[in-house]
Design a protein around this ligand. Structure first.
Ligand code: PEP
Length: 249
């Protein structure tokens, strides 16, 4: 198993383009030579500035969203091809905020996964249960359903490119981190689900991140777990000092 840890930052709807450029100046300096792979996902309008700053550095750039159609009358949307042409390499798909606030279904997420892959973007596919689902004991069933639908029709060759992020909704932006054991057992079950769908080799090679209030204090313990291959980080990714510690955790 040669899975490298990935520290991925989801900036959400924070930072103007000039603020994003300033944050990138700090990150480029502080994350240079980082132990882990580093990815930042700024807001759409910040992508050109961030991509420019990331050139020639160890920082990869991803988008937070796109629309799954090729082109056409979809006012306000951008396509995967547009992101690719801009120099974007990764894209977050299925984040719980998009599922919840923007009513993205598992079927839409599946279309997005396939469209991202078809356009050469690497999906960071998010899944995760609510507090109610955890309390009802349906966490594993629910997440397996999310994964199975999201990956429907995705070939074995394509699935190798995907990164999965397990993000329990009750831990996102709440300061309430899942324990390393809680996070690891779900990441391990996701790996088991992928194994059932695509076989052991693909499952063993797949990077599975944990997300949910990851911070500089808990990152090292989480990333040391057997089935956690890094973190999708919201709040702490906006602080260069904290994110650089996570990038080395
Ligand atoms: C996220 O944005 O995916 C996230 C996990 O946010 P936070 O780290 O702030 O909980």
């Amino acid at each position: 198993m040669g899975r490298k840890i990935l520290a991925a930052g989801n900036w959400k709807m924070n930072k103007t383009p000039s603020e994003a450029a300033a944050l990138m100046d700090e990150l480029v300096a502080k994350c240079a030579g980082a132990k882990n792979d580093v990815l930042v996902c700024p807001p759409l309008v910040c992508l050109p500035a961030v991509i420019e700053k990331a050139k020639g550095t160890n920082i990869k750039v991803g988008a937070q969203n796109f629309y799954y159609k090729d082109s056409g009358a979809y006012t306000g949307e951008v396509s995967a091809a547009m992101l690719k042409d801009l120099g974007v390499e990764y894209v977050i798909i299925g984040h719980s905020e998009r599922r919840d606030y923007f009513k993205e279904t598992d079927e839409i997420i599946n279309l997005k996964v396939k469209q991202a892959l078809a356009n050469g973007l690497i999906p960071v596919l998010c899944c995760g249960e609510s507090l109610g689902q955890r309390e009802d004991g349906v966490t594993f069933d629910f997440i397996r359903m999310q994964i199975k639908i999201a990956l429907r029709g995705v070939s074995a060759d394509d699935v190798k490119k995907i990164i999965i992020a397990y993000e329990p909704i009750w831990a996102i932006g709440t300061g309430k981190v899942a324990t390393s054991e809680q996070a690891n057992e779900v990441c391990a079950d996701i790996r088991c689900c992928v194994k059932g769908l695509y076989g052991e080799e693909i499952a063993n090679d797949m990077r599975i991140l944990y997300g949910g209030s990851v911070n500089k204090a808990c990152a090292a313990e989480l990333f040391a777990m057997s089935d956690i291959d890094g973190g999708l980080v919201g709040g702490a990714s906006l602080k260069s000092e904290d994110f650089s510690i996570i990038a080395n955790a």
